[in-house]
Design a protein around this ligand. Structure first.
Ligand SMILES: Nc1ncnc2c1ncn2[C@@H]1O[C@H](COP(=O)(O)OP(=O)(O)OP(=O)(O)O)[C@@H](O)[C@H]1O
Length: 274
């Protein structure tokens, strides 16, 4: 599987404040990677460096085979970007704006088809400034994918979506045939969309892997419940074995619940803050 994004020892500072202190990351073609981390961890900074919008202080970065700080128009046309906050063109009509952006790409989506796919079919002639927050966000996504990018960056894509819009958006993203890198604070979203999850903490990637690998690496406690009690433990099979011995056979109503992604994540963040 080929590598689409390769980051080695990425460093970035704002003034004297060092935000990224050696980020290593690799995204393979076709996969969806979620970048998680607390507020201010440097997720947007990382994404903006990969998009070529920000110059790094150090380290090696390659996106679609090029250094983003030197990427030209052809390179940029292969990348789709959905920024966190994009407030412009209030007077443009939705379809006109998409047509305008689509004209910059060699093989764009058909505007009507794209709007329908994003649940914006009824807003084609609405002015951008009159859209609701969720509709505006979907338009951001439309603008990010209209050029059928090989690599799509989504920075907190579903902020402000209602549950139905979020579900529809997840279906759309899951069906996109492209490599995706997204940031989110929604753990359920990361679990649903991402093949692998990277957690950015204190300027480095603390853990990178599937949700299961993350849970194993973090070793957040599992909950063991049985008829006569319950206990949280990082070694559930050990406890189950002890209980087995204590009962002299099968443990009545034994249940082992592994940590959710959210529990693993919070455990990791709390440990780093301690
Ligand atoms: N242009 C800038 N100038 C100075 N400091 C900045 C700038 N952009 C970001 N920062 C600082 O760098 C740190 C990382 O910011 P960044 O936006 O990358 O974090 P984030 O992980 O995306 O946060 P959030 O989850 O809140 O979006 C923060 O402390 C932020 O205040």
């Amino acid at each position: 599987m080929s590598t689409v994004v390769s980051v080695r020892g990425l460093r970035m500072s704002y003034g004297k404040r060092e935000v990224l202190r050696g980020v290593d990351l690799e995204v393979r073609r076709g996969e969806t990677v979620a970048l998680l981390g607390p507020n201010g961890a440097g997720k947007t900074t990382t994404i903006e460096i990969l998009e070529g919008f920000r110059h790094r202080a150090g380290g090696e970065v390659e996106v679609l085979g090029e250094d983003p700080s030197r990427g030209g128009d052809d390179w940029r046309a292969r990348i789709g970007v959905v920024l966190q906050d994009w407030r412009d063109h209030p007077r443009w009509r939705v379809a006109t704006l998409i047509d305008h952006v689509a004209a910059h790409y060699p093989d764009p989506w058909d505007t009507g088809e794209l709007l329908r796919a994003l649940g914006l079919g009824g807003q084609a002639v609405s002015k951008v400034g009159q859209l609701s927050g969720g509709q505006r966000r979907r338009l951001d996504v439309a603008l990010g994918i209209v050029g059928r990018p090989e690599l799509l960056f989504l920075d907190e894509p579903t902020t402000g979506f209602d549950p139905e819009a979020r579900r529809e958006f997840h279906e759309l993203i899951a069906n996109l045939d492209t490599t995706i890198m997204l940031t989110t604070h929604d753990l359920a979203e990361a679990e649903k969309l991402a093949d692998r999850i990277a957690v950015l903490l204190e300027g480095r990637i603390a853990v990178f892997g599937t949700p299961d690998e993350l849970a194993r690496a973090v070793q957040a406690p599992s909950l063991v419940r049985w008829r006569d009690g319950s206990e949280q433990t990082a070694q559930p099979s050990e406890l189950a074995w002890k209980l087995h011995q204590k009962y002299g056979g099968p443990v009545p109503d034994l249940e082992i619940r592994r940590p959710t992604l959210e529990e693993s994540y919070l455990n990791l963040v709390e440990r780093s803050a301690a």
